[in-house]
Write a protein that binds this ligand. Structure first.
Ligand SMILES: [Zn+2]
Length: 124
């Protein structure tokens, strides 16, 4: 049989208090996650606005067309072998230990060797 005292449920209201505290923590976590999503949506909107402004300037100053842009987007999308609408980063091996390096880290997780930037986007 399970001992209710092991879990803080002694039948005298502790279980209710614990449940209320759990609910309060879950509500706070949900509120924090919602704020994070809102912040990310705001950042994406700002980035989209800047991209649109840059593309508008490029069109004004060059002969490039929407078809040129769409063709280049498709070409870059396919650089990782998949047309998935994402610009995946290429897999890079550590020059010191030859293990695969995480695209999310600036150093090798195994030996600490600093990753060489292959493009300006690697620094992001
Ligand atoms: Zn390494």
């Amino acid at each position: 049989m399970i001992n209710p005292l092991m879990f803080g449920h002694d039948g005298s209201g502790m279980a209710a208090a614990s449940s209320a505290a759990d609910a309060a923590r879950a509500t706070a976590a949900a509120g924090s996650a919602k704020r994070d999503v809102t912040n990310l949506e705001d950042r994406i909107e700002r980035l989209s606005l800047v991209c649109m402004a840059m593309w508008s300037l490029i069109q004004d100053k060059t002969q490039l067309t929407e078809e040129d842009l769409l063709e280049r987007v498709k070409m870059i999308d396919l650089m990782d072998g998949q047309e998935d609408g994402k610009a995946s980063r290429s897999i890079q091996k550590c020059r010191a230990c030859n293990r695969v390096m995480s695209p999310r880290h600036r150093k090798c997780l195994y030996c600490g060797e600093k990753k060489l930037a292959q493009s300006a986007f690697d620094a992001i």
